[in-house]
Design a protein around this ligand. Structure first.
Ligand code: SF4
Length: 70
């Protein structure tokens, strides 16, 4: 299974936008500036792993994480 970029506690997302600046091909934002992964886990490929990790690191609220599934 593909790894997924998830937001575990969407209440933490305060719409800084730093995550989708780091991973614009993976993440988008809604009309209020909140990351769209709030609504569904985002699968990504190995080619996008570094961008996904950068997005996790960029979030000052620690709202994002990567989940690996077997
Ligand atoms: S950087 Fe964090 S707080 Fe900001 S939009 Fe992304 S998930 Fe939300």
């Amino acid at each position: 299974m593909a790894p997924k970029l998830v937001i575990e506690e969407f209440i933490r997302c305060t719409g800084h936008g730093r995550c989708y600046s780091e991973a614009p091909d993976l993440l988008d934002y809604d009309d209020e500036g909140f990351v769209s992964v709030r609504h569904a886990p985002m699968e990504f490929t190995e080619a996008d792993r570094e961008d996904a990790k950068a997005a996790v690191r960029a979030c000052p609220e620690r709202a994002l994480s990567i989940v690996e599934e077997d």
